[in-house]
Design a protein around this ligand. Structure first.
Ligand code: ADP
Ligand code: ASP
Ligand code: MG
Length: 401
């Protein structure tokens, strides 16, 4: 059997945890399995590297930032291989270059294009465990790229698909996928199973337990995922195409603090302005979520939208540069907002879902700033600091009784 096992940053945060993971992987190796281990950077390393970069240059080049961030995962894999050697297990650590994990050239947000399996197979054939750097790739310029925060999950799934692995296990610091982040909503329940589609929606709306692209890729290549704890032997959650459990009205609640609100004030109330604004942003790969347009008054209107907090400065600078073309009087933004969403197949067919969610939020005295809905989700924007309370109230309304 070929098993891909991925361990997140907190699971390899220090020497003890590295040895703990090494022993866990050793068990599978000793059963005769081929084991490929994907690791994230230790603990908060990636955050610290970003902070260090920004202290030297508040606007570092994306290429150089990726060059820097890729070092985090390289430390983890080398140390893991050393730990395994101490335990007497032969292994080899490999980075994105050595495996040859090709991505698009979008630094900081690269997507896998092609992965060579040869080098890994060669090592496995020699009965060596293979430890691969998560989160990184190489592009057509032979530069290092990174996949976006949380991207090591995607490395694991991409390798599982490329190597036709028999299992892909994502080990983290919680016991699986819950109906909400268990750190925010203590009453959240662990799910036995969840479908790719439901998981994708939760991940996209802020449930960082899995990187959303990893779920997208798992669905595309039919890779069944198991999310479980690196600290105990509990069963975890299976993520797959279809589940046996009947779909509930609402499957989960997600919170996303990585959001900001931009308001384009006083644009002309005429055709084509919204197109121009969102076309500009789209061309730069700046993803917009909630959008609100005010009613026109005296020939002008305001258009506001939410965007990932990391992208807000770039988006605002872009709109400022094109202020005349988009006929804006001014552009404002605020970072102190957060999104709370409910996700589930029942949203579309049950008109009462929106009212129930808004009532739950009203009952705890929180003001809703913006709203967006689709067939499977309702998202509200609230002031930062209120999102956890809102999530608990919404979770109680839909998922506890
Ligand atoms: P890793 O470093 O292992 O990749 P992450 O911090 O990226 O770990 O993801 C795990 C975290 O995701 C958990 O600690 C938890 O706080 C958070 N989380 C958010 N939503 C959920 C959810 N629905 N189920 C489980 N965990 C969630
Ligand atoms: N180390 C990277 C990050 O913190 C990748 C990961 O953890 O998945 O985003
Ligand atoms: Mg993660």
């Amino acid at each position: 059997m070929l098993i891909v096992k991925k361990f997140g940053g907190s699971s390899v945060a220090d020497k003890e945890r590295i040895f703990h993971v090494a022993k866990r992987c050793m068990e599978d190796y000793q059963k005769g399995h081929d084991v490929v281990v994907v690791l994230s950077a230790m603990g908060k390393t990636t955050d610290q590297l970003i902070e260090m970069a920004k202290s030297i240059n508040p606007n570092p080049s994306k290429r150089e930032l990726d060059m820097l961030l890729a070092t985090g995962e390289q430390c983890s894999v080398a140390l893991m291989s050393m730990a395994l050697a101490t335990l007497g297990v032969p292994s080899k650590s490999l980075n994105a270059f050595q495996v040859a994990m090709h991505t698009s050239s979008a630094y900081g947000n690269a997507r896998f294009k092609r992965i060579d399996g040869e080098r890994i197979r060669h090592e496995l054939d020699g009965r060596r465990m293979v430890i691969v750097t998560g989160f990184q790739g190489i592009n057509k310029y032979d530069d290092l790229t990174t996949l976006g925060r949380g991207g090591s999950d995607t490395t694991a799934v991409a390798l599982a698909a490329a190597l036709h692995a028999d299992a892909c296990e994502i080990y983290t610091d919680v016991e699986g996928v819950y109906t909400a982040d268990p750190r925010i909503v203590p009453t959240a329940r662990k799910l036995k199973e969840i479908t790719y589609d439901e998981m994708l929606e939760l991940a996209t709306l802020g449930a960082k337990v899995l990187h959303n692209r990893s779920v997208e890729m798992a669905k595309k290549y039919g890779v069944t995922l198991v999310v479980r704890s690196s600290l105990n032997q509990e069963e975890g959650t299976v993520v797959k195409e279809e589940t046996d459990v009947e779909s509930m009205l609402i499957n989960g609640v997600a919170v996303d603090k990585n959001t900001a609100r931009v308001a384009v004030i006083g644009v002309k109330d005429k055709p084509g302005i919204a197109f121009k604004i969102f076309h500009l942003l789209g061309k730069k790969n700046l993803n917009v979520d909630l959008i609100l347009q005010s009613i026109g008054r005296d020939g002008t209107k305001d258009i506001s939208f939410t965007i990932a907090r990391d992208d807000v400065e770039e988006a605002v600078a872009l709109l400022e540069q094109n202020k005349a073309a988009i006929t804006a009087q001014r552009i404002e933004y605020e970072k102190s907002v957060a999104k709370v969403s409910v996700v589930g197949g029942g949203v579309q067919s049950n008109p009462g879902v929106a009212a129930k969610m808004f009532e739950a939020i009203y009952n705890v005295g929180i003001n809703i700033r913006m709203i967006a809905t689709s067939e499977i989700r309702i998202t509200v924007l609230v002031d930062e600091g209120e999102e956890d309370k809102a999530a608990r109230a919404v979770h109680e309304a839909f998922l506890e009784n």
